[in-house]
Design a protein around this ligand. Structure first.
Ligand SMILES: Nc1ncnc2c1ncn2[C@@H]1O[C@H](COP(=O)(O)OP(=O)(O)OP(=O)(O)O)[C@@H](O)[C@H]1O
Ligand SMILES: [Mg+2]
Length: 357
């Protein structure tokens, strides 16, 4: 038997009046995969999640869960666990009854409910708090109750919409690690929504980068960062210095480009049908740039710097090439390059990408 995808979207479109919130989304998610929808506010992440869940109807396209067509099925027939930004716990029920809610709704016997609630609370490390009311818990604990409530029904798909955005930074990092660990242990296929790229990059098997209702690229964090397929992805993920350049020559899968008087090799796949001489935007990562003493490079002046403990970020003004951002080991950089210091920037080993300008 051919393996079925845990989730498959085929050309799913949703409009709100004149706004196309989601434009022909195609997506295949494997069993056990952790896929994140990442993009700026209003790009269509929640719309896509709500279409998968059945809270919204598609204007076009089909949705399959575990190989079964669900496009017109109601929410409760889709076999999903859901966690939202606001915990949406029942305030009048204790933790155990909150977690068991989905089991009671499905008519699971009381003894089995008790056993599965105990197991789910153990999973999120809240066994000692089964008798508390939601308002007697911290934000992180409430979000763990919401997670237990979603997992206790053993869903085919776990959907999470910005579940940690109300938590402070430390708690958020802790919850990210915990969710990832639980997800790995249970092997539950997960669709996670966030606008925080660090969260997306650290947790996901694959990331779908979205902009204006479209999925622009769906790939592993390494490929999304190192081989962005679209200028929006290159600019949205990580930091980039963009130099104006031009195409010199193509050489199979690679191309030679010139930017700021320097020569670079880039993948040809993102250049479309640009001819030699065409204007390009060349995207460099901070780790592509190093201070050098001599050799090919650009001379500039440090105009600002930020000390971040393990590293320092220096902005170097390089005449016509503009401002370049370098990321250097913290202490050494602070001692060596104060604001106003001259600095020559080299690009040894740089692996930039380029797009038609
Ligand atoms: N019920 C609705 N009625 C009208 N327009 C809507 C509705 N829901 C969403 N939209 C519009 O659809 C687009 C996508 O919204 P969506 O909520 O999916 O964005 P998002 O990526 O989840 O953003 P955020 O990060 O702010 O949560 C936006 O332009 C939004 O204004
Ligand atoms: Mg949203």
């Amino acid at each position: 038997m051919a393996a079925t995808d845990a989730l498959r979207l085929e050309g799913v479109t949703r409009r709100f009046g004149a706004v196309t919130a989601l434009h022909e989304a195609w997506l295949k998610v494997q069993d056990g995969e952790f896929v994140t929808l990442l993009g700026p506010s209003g790009c269509g992440k929640t719309t896509l999640l709500n279409l998968i869940a059945g809270f919204l109807e598609a204007d076009a396209g089909e949705i399959f869960i575990g190989g079964k067509l669900v496009t017109t099925l109601p929410v409760w027939e889709r076999d999903l666990g859901m966690v939202f930004q606001s915990y949406a716990l029942f305030p009048h029920m204790d933790v155990a009854r909150n977690v068991g809610y989905g089991l009671r709704a499905r008519g699971i016997p009381r003894t089995e409910e008790a056993a599965r609630v105990t197991e789910a609370l153990g999973l999120v490390r809240l066994s000692a708090m089964a008798a508390r009311r939601p308002k007697q818990l911290s934000g992180g604990q409430q979000q763990r109750v919401a997670l237990a409530r979603a997992l206790v029904i053993r869903p085919r798909l776990l959907l999470l919409d910005e579940p940690f955005s109300a938590l402070d930074r430390n708690l958020r990092t802790e919850m990210q690690l915990e969710l990832k660990e639980i997800q790995r242990r249970l092997g539950v296929t997960t669709i996670f929504v966030t606008h925080d790229q660090g969260e997306a990059m650290s947790m996901s098997d694959r990331v779908a980068v979205m902009s204006e209702g479209r999925i622009l690229q769906l790939d592993t964090p390494e490929v999304i960062y190192g081989r962005p397929a679209h200028p929006f992805v290159a600019g949205f993920i990580g930091d980039a210095t963009v130099l104006p350049g031009r195409l010199v020559a193509r050489d199979g899968a690679q191309a030679q480009v010139e930017a700021a008087g320097l020569a670079f090799t880039v993948p040809a796949e993102t250049l479309g049908d640009a001819p030699p001489g065409a204007a390009l935007s060349v995207y460099l990562r901070p780790e592509d740039l190093h201070p050098i003493e001599d050799g090919p490079g650009l001379d500039g002046t440090v105009i600002s710097r930020a000390y971040l403990g393990d590293r320092a970020e220096l902005v170097v003004e390089c005449g016509a090439a503009g401002r370049l951002m370098l990321r250097l080991p913290g202490q050494a950089a602070m001692a060596r390059w104060p604001v106003g210091a001259p600095l020559r920037v080299g690009f040894a080993g740089a692996r930039p990408v380029a797009f038609p300008a």
